[in-house]
Design a binder for this molecule. Structure first.
Ligand SMILES: *[C@@H]1O[C@H](CO)[C@@H](O)[C@H](O)[C@H]1NC(C)=O
Ligand SMILES: *[C@@H]1O[C@H](CO)[C@@H](O)[C@H](O)[C@H]1NC(C)=O
Ligand SMILES: *[C@@H]1O[C@H](CO)[C@@H](O)[C@H](O)[C@H]1NC(C)=O
Ligand SMILES: *[C@@H]1O[C@H](CO)[C@@H](O)[C@H](O)[C@H]1NC(C)=O
Ligand SMILES: *[C@@H]1O[C@H](CO)[C@@H](O)[C@H](O)[C@H]1NC(C)=O
Ligand SMILES: *[C@@H]1O[C@H](CO)[C@@H](O)[C@H](O)[C@H]1NC(C)=O
Ligand SMILES: *[C@@H]1O[C@H](CO)[C@@H](O)[C@H](O)[C@H]1NC(C)=O
Length: 248
């Protein structure tokens, strides 16, 4: 009898272990800045996040949101406080907001080849009258993000927080140029710039002469998906499936 109980227990344990991967534990997923693009994963107002794949229940009907928060408030933002979406316009007060609302099934495991699974956070510049806008970020702040799953009764689950995300500093144009304007090297600098400009123009004329078909890098940029700045996808570079997927 004892051995029977033991073997039953072992079997049950094995079954549980086997089941574990299919019952996705989304809380261990950590959102990442993408490494899939050579440039542009961080700008002064946006960052590119890897789209979560095989993280959420792909047959699920719940909503998935991206929570964007100041790093400084994340220790106080417990999951039980994340059941109600916060509009971007409240960010100055709350220090966090929700955006990129989709259904779980909109983050599938597989994507077709010509689709780059990244999310462009902060890419919506015109937020007038847009609920839960993917609004531009501030270069001076440090952010963290997490995905939150909500049903119509509230909080269902959440991923872990990302690492702190520091955007690219904006060049302070006035403080850079003012000392130069005053310095005596200004004339020399102008002369050098003039020469460089002339050389540049000559190069362009030569290039045009040789033939515009040879400007191959232009074509490559055109055909690469990551160059797309389509804002209508509200932050994603996916070309087809997520069209009009973001709700509201
Ligand atoms: C979330 O990440 C932190 C480190 O950033 C880690 O200590 C913690 O265990 C993670 N939580 C889960 C549920 O994976
Ligand atoms: C941005 O992408 C580059 C190249 O893929 C990578 O080396 C860098 O670590 C990325 N930045 C972050 C913050 O992940
Ligand atoms: C995934 O979602 C479907 C539809 O809501 C549900 O029936 C199923 O139990 C869910 N699976 C998991 C592992 O939560
Ligand atoms: C995902 O792609 C792999 C091969 O690339 C395929 O075997 C698998 O069936 C696909 N899964 C889904 C859900 O489409
Ligand atoms: C911003 O959006 C509003 C309404 O959606 C529109 O009236 C306005 O013209 C837009 N502004 C710009 C600069 O696109
Ligand atoms: C949500 O925020 C946008 C600006 O980011 C604003 O235009 C809109 O009125 C806000 N909605 C509500 C209900 O406050
Ligand atoms: C540029 O720098 C000056 C002086 O350091 C500062 O007063 C100004 O606010 C800065 N401008 C921006 C846009 O950061």
């Amino acid at each position: 009898m004892f051995y029977f109980m033991m073997s039953l227990c072992v079997k049950l344990c094995l079954i549980l272990v086997a089941l574990t991967p299919s019952i996705a534990d989304i809380s261990s997923y950590v959102p990442q800045i993408t490494q899939k693009v050579p440039v542009g994963n961080l700008t002064s107002s946006t960052f590119l996040l890897d789209q979560p794949q095989c993280v959420f229940n792909t047959s699920g009907v719940n909503e998935v949101w991206l929570v964007v928060a100041l790093n400084s408030v994340t220790p106080t933002l417990k999951n039980e406080n994340l059941g109600v979406p916060v509009n971007c316009s409240s960010f100055p007060v709350t220090k966090y907001y929700y955006t990129l609302r989709v259904f779980e099934k909109n983050y599938p495991c597989n994507l077709t080849n010509n689709v780059l699974a990244v999310l462009d956070v902060g890419s919506q510049t015109n937020c007038t009258d847009i609920q839960f806008c993917n609004c531009p970020l501030h270069s001076t702040e440090v952010y963290r993000v997490k995905f939150v799953v909500l049903s119509n009764t509230g909080f269902v689950g959440a991923t872990n927080w990302s690492s702190p995300i520091k955007l690219k500093e904006v060049m302070n144009y006035t403080s850079i140029t003012l000392p130069l304007l005053r310095s005596e090297g200004m004339i020399g600098l102008t002369a050098i710039l003039g020469i460089l400009l002339a050389v540049f123009l000559i190069c362009i004329i030569v290039a045009l002469f040789i033939g515009s078909r040879n400007i191959f890098w232009h074509r490559r940029l055109d055909s690469n998906k990551w160059v797309s700045t389509d804002l209508e996808y509200r932050g994603t570079y996916k070309k087809q499936p997520l069209h009009n997927v973001y709700i509201g």
